[in-house]
Design a protein around this ligand. Structure first.
Ligand code: TNX
Length: 529
């Protein structure tokens, strides 16, 4: 694994490519017929482990075929089709099968599973010559990540299906890559303001470009319950009908949720469901009087205060409720994680709170899941498999010391709902202003004393939605900071430098624009046009 080579070699490639394309650093895509359109030499985010580019290039000619092995699995074939769709109308939509020993004709792509790639499910090796683009990985997940690298080596026009009269070129060279952390997440708060399944899919597609692999959905809070629970139907029917500001809210049927899970899975993103408890539960309390100690269901809540609600933790009914919810949601996700929230409870004694967390941990385990909770859960007797999500000062080092792992979402760095600066209209600022640089410029391994690299599962950028109504609002806060989170999660600390990231990010402006992302044009970045 090399930490250095990509930078000097990348700038060398910039120099050589500059000689044959307009614009010194990063030539703008030109959309006229017959023009070879070049991507910036290397603006890959997150930065790969090793990039060596040459002055040669590979041109995607119409009719380019994508080859897979004779014995390739249906999943490899699906990824080949995904690549074909990305290259459309240039590539042939149907992948071709060929023996590994056969060399595909000039101008082809080849996707293969094999030993040549670095170890790890998401790792890949990419070799580009003027003749062939060869992508190899140990597992299909690695091929999918590698396809995103191919995508980023192509000009931004590849994102825009309407621009058909173009040829696509990419620099030749070799890239080998593997993630630093296994958890590279984003969180959407669909409770404070509901997002339609289509909007969530849009976000998933944007996450895929940056090799993120976990989408944490905050599915229940005071202001809204967002998933159908068949054994407690009033949760969605009543609890789903509100949101901050009094809008219509909404919820996902189980079929819609299963469809979201499958959609995310096809991009190698796991959906991590969160039902916040015992606090942040007004929507549930309002739906079922028996969850309240006084048997009185409170009114729906559409404000943005926190801390005032709590389940009646001394009642067995509450644990039946929790078990039903975990069982039904758990059955909809193939992955092991179930997030119980656990934050900001002001209505219970410490002892009541800890006992609740311990009992719920047992329920989650009894359904075959691994519990995740916000930092507040640490004082409970947690098993090492339980995962703690750090967001503010907590005792996550205690969890690390008992062999547990931690997801880092420190609010002053990773909270995507914080304003960029004092002029940002959307968002909050209780954890400070978070410029793109501030979101990028920190080392997860140095963040918390007593939580070393080996105890860190990864990083996650939560996007709370008290002030965000439309998907465009969500995107404005998430982009480009989510790209910084992605690089923090994927790239080695020694391979990350703000100046360099800022330059690569500048080249993502046209790409994000072509994707239709409503991103914040931060003045810290020299955006390419
Ligand atoms: C704190 S972070 C919360 C959320 C709010 C967020 C707003 C956390 C575990 N709890 O309930 O939405 O701040 O930034």
């Amino acid at each position: 694994m090399s930490h250095l080579p990509w930078r000097p070699l990348a700038s060398m490639a910039v120099a050589t490519i500059a000689a044959c394309a307009p614009g010194a650093r990063a030539p703008a895509p030109v959309m006229s017929a017959g023009t070879v359109v070049r991507a910036p030499a290397h603006a890959i985010i997150p930065a790969p482990v090793s990039v060596q580019l040459t002055a040669d290039s590979f041109v995607v000619d119409s009719g380019a075929a994508i080859y897979i092995d004779q014995t390739a699995s249906p999943e490899v074939e699906r990824i080949a089709r995904y690549l074909a769709a990305m290259l459309s109308p240039f590539a042939q939509p149907e992948p071709r099968r060929a023996a590994a020993s056969e060399s595909p004709p000039h101008g082809s792509f080849r996707l293969s599973i094999g030993g040549g790639a670095p170890e790890g499910a998401e790792s890949y090796a990419l070799t580009i010559t003027p003749d062939l683009v060869a992508l190899g990985a140990r597992e299909p997940a690695g091929l999918f990540r590698g396809v995103q690298t191919i995508r980023q080596l192509l000009p931004a026009g590849v994102e825009n299906r309407a621009a058909v009269r173009r040829r696509l070129a990419m620099p030749a060279g070799r890239i080998t890559d593997a993630p630093r952390f296994q958890w590279r997440g984003a969180m959407l708060d669909v409770s404070r303001h509901f997002l339609s399944p289509e909007d969530v899919k849009r976000y998933i597609d944007h996450m895929a470009l940056y090799k993120l692999n976990r989408l944490h959905l905050h599915l229940a809070d005071d202001q809204g319950w967002r998933i159908e629970i068949r054994s407690w139907p009033n949760l969605a029917r009543h609890g789903g009908r509100t949101e901050v500001g009094g809008g219509p809210g909404g919820y996902y049927t189980q079929a819609e949720f299963a469809d979201l899970v499958a959609y995310a899975e096809s991009r190698y993103i796991a959906i991590v469901p969160e039902i916040d408890m015992p606090g942040h539960t007004n929507a549930a309390l309002s739906s079922y009087p028996e969850l309240n100690c006084d048997d009185v269901a409170p009114s729906p809540y559409t404000g943005i205060r926190v801390g005032f609600s709590a389940l009646c933790v001394q009642r067995d009914t509450v644990y039946e409720f929790v078990s039903d919810v975990v069982r039904e949601i758990g059955a909809l996700v193939p992955t092991p994680w179930f997030h119980i929230g656990g934050d900001e409870v002001e209505r219970l004694t410490d002892e009541q709170y800890r006992a609740f967390v311990e009992r719920v941990q047992e329920i989650v385990r009894s359904h075959g899941k691994r519990m995740i909770g916000w930092g507040e859960i640490v004082p409970a007797a947690l098993v090492p498999e339980t995962i703690v999500q750090h967001w503010k000062r907590d005792s996550s080092h205690v969890h690390a010391a008992r062999g547990g792992s931690v997801i880092l979402s420190p609010s002053p760095r990773a909270y995507l709902d914080m304003k960029y600066d004092s002029t940002t209209v959307l968002g909050l600022n209780w954890a400070g202003y978070i410029s793109v640089r501030h979101a990028y410029d920190w080392d997860p391994a140095a963040q918390i004393a007593g939580v070393p690299e080996r105890a860190i599962l990864g990083v996650e950028g939560p996007l709370w939605s008290e002030t965000l109504e439309t998907i465009q609002d969500f995107e404005y806060m998430a982009f480009p900071r989510l790209a910084a989170v992605a690089e923090l999660g994927w790239s080695r600390q020694g391979d990350r430098r703000w100046d360099d990231f800022a330059e690569r990010l500048g080249a993502h402006g046209p790409r994000m624009a072509a994707m239709g992302i409503n991103f914040y044009r931060s003045p810290e970045i020299r955006w390419e046009r």
